[in-house]
Design a protein around this ligand. Structure first.
Ligand code: NAP
Length: 244
């Protein structure tokens, strides 16, 4: 069976770059998307044009039963799932006094519940094969908080608690679980921010530049590799030195 890496939200931004990077390490890439099939297909085409193997799947990771069915139909006993990268994430920003129930629930559902159920399904396979690498993409905001992002920060802080707990539960089966906490990375997620907010962030970044998706993908590739076999339960900040 083909050694495979599953990346949720691999159609653009950070997830796309992780997919391309792990393909270079020889993994068959399974990537999921929710709204942009054409972009997901482009990533698949690019990986194939470079001699790799990849497939894309429409999967809303915020839907628990859909994730379970996806694992049953596409992963279990069909591929050798060595790596899971929980990357899919959304923002629905708003100040606490105005935040709507839907904004709270959507963000928690996708960013935290979705990551949990993917981790749970992957862990069932990895426990049996006595090997696995799970990497959760959290955020500097989950470590420091951010005004206007209480829902997002709570989901990302939750992901850190999940990472540390899963690391403890799964270590005896040779499965490592780590989190990568990006700072400000130039993707669609940050593109829409007003220029003055971007400049404020830039002033707070000691390395004086925004991060790239490649900056994140390199760290994920290391954590996914056998070289990182003695690292588990960690949160690796990739943030140019910035803490908000
Ligand atoms: P992005 O450019 O907005 O891309 C988000 C990706 O997630 C897309 O592939 C999207 O698929 C997918 N996605 C969204 N909702 C989904 C769902 N319900 N089910 C499955 N896939 C879903 O975001 P990004 O900036 O690359 O961020 C990637 C991760 O890094 C997120 O977890 C984010 O919180 C985290 N992060 C980003 C930054 C930053 O500065 N950009 C900083 C810290 C942490 P479609 O293309 O189909 O919509």
């Amino acid at each position: 069976m083909e050694k495979t890496a599953l990346i949720t939200g691999g159609s653009r931004g950070i997830g796309r770059e992780i997919a391309l990077r792990l393909a270079k390490e020889g993994y068959q890439i399974f990537l999921t998307y929710v709204s942009k099939p054409e972009l997901a297909q482009k990533v698949v085409n690019l990986i194939e044009s470079q001699g790799g193997k990849a497939r894309s799947f429409l999967l809303d990771t915020g839907k628990w039963e859909d994730v379970v069915s996806f694992f049953q139909e596409e992963i279990n006993k069909k591929v050798n799932l060595e790596v899971l990268v929980n990357n899919a994430g959304i923002t629905r920003d708003g100040l606490i006094l105005r935040l709507k129930k839907e904004q709270w629930e959507q963000v928690l559902q996708v960013n935290l519940t979705g990551a949990f159920v993917c981790l749970q399904q992957a862990a069932k396979i990895m426990v049996k094969q006595r090997y696995g690498r799970i990497i959760n993409i959290t955020s500097v905001v989950g470590q420091s908080g951010n005004a206007g992002q209480s829902n997002y920060a709570a989901s990302k802080a939750g992901l850190i608690g999940l990472t540390k707990s899963a690391a403890l539960e799964l270590a005896s089966r040779n499965i490592t679980v780590n989190a990568v906490a990006p700072g400000f990375i130039e993707t669609d997620m940050t593109k829409e921010l007003p220029q003055e907010i971007k400049e404020l962030y830039l002033q707070k970044i000691p390395l004086s530049r925004f991060g790239s998706s490649q900056d994140i993908a390199e760290v994920v590739a290391f954590l996914a590799s056998p070289k990182a076999g003695y690292i588990t339960g960690q949160v690796i900040g990739v943030n140019g030195g910035m803490y908000l």
